[in-house]
Ligand binder design. Structure first.
Ligand code: CA
Length: 229
């Protein structure tokens, strides 16, 4: 497993690099944003561990460029205390997870393994629900032949729902799986994103696919296994 680590604080960076190498990962270690960007764009990695505040390009700029190139490499951003907005922006830009400093390298490795497990479970597959399909690698969404544009976060939410057609997913589960929040941020984040998804996928002439269970959560319809059908 080859990992790109971008972190300007030598003490933290050395610690992470040593910890990862002890677990047999091979690590490319960049100490500024520009070389981080160069490595991220020109090499292939199994994961990228990205600090946000960097000299040169910021971690978020690197993240944006990588995703703009349709590169779905798992990315974990690491943020200093208090950089909540960076965390949210990072997840919105398509980071898979984040870790606030300070953290133990063991925690980072556990998060990496969880991301790899999730992506290997889904493999190269295309998710299909009724007339809707979502390609997990290319992140292409199509309904009845019509291509639908999605932001990375909208795509993650849609994919999470589409993996479990017919099953009720609570807001808590969605926040954990899609946003990596292990707490309720006390906002209607999930509802806002569901509304956006609906406006994109349930266009005229199509059966509405996302059902609201008031006070509980949401369910992706399962038209292929409908009891009435
Ligand atoms: Ca930094």
């Amino acid at each position: 497993m080859k990992i790109l680590l971008v972190e300007d604080e030598a003490e933290i960076g050395d610690l992470i690099k040593t910890g990862l190498e002890k677990e047999e990962f091979s690590v490319d270690y960049c100490k500024d944003g520009d070389s981080g960007m160069e490595h991220a764009m020109s090499n292939s990695y199994d994961a990228i561990v990205l600090d946000v505040m960097l000299p040169g390009k910021s971690g978020l700029e690197i993240l944006k460029m990588v995703r703009a190139g349709q590169n779905n490499v798992p990315i974990i951003i690491i943020t200093a205390r208090g950089e909540t907005e960076d965390r949210i922006e990072g997840l919105d830009l398509g980071a898979d997870d984040y870790l606030p400093k300070p953290f133990f390298v063991e925690e980072l490795i556990a998060r990496l393994r969880a991301i790899w497990r999730r992506s290997s479970e889904t493999g190269m597959s295309v998710l299909n629900v009724g007339t809707l399909s979502a390609n997990l690698m290319s992140r292409e969404v199509v309904r009845s032949g019509r291509q639908i544009e999605m932001t990375p976060k909208e795509f993650s939410l849609l994919a999470f729902l589409m993996r479990a057609p017919g099953r009720v997913l609570t807001r808590t589960q969605i926040l954990e799986q899609v946003w990596g929040y292990h707490f309720d941020p006390g906002t209607n984040l999930v509802d806002v994103y569901i509304r956006r998804l609906r406006s994109k996928i349930d266009f005229e002439g199509e059966i509405p696919l996302i059902e609201t269970l008031r006070g509980v959560g949401y369910r992706m319809q399962d038209p292929d296994n409908s009891e009435e059908g």
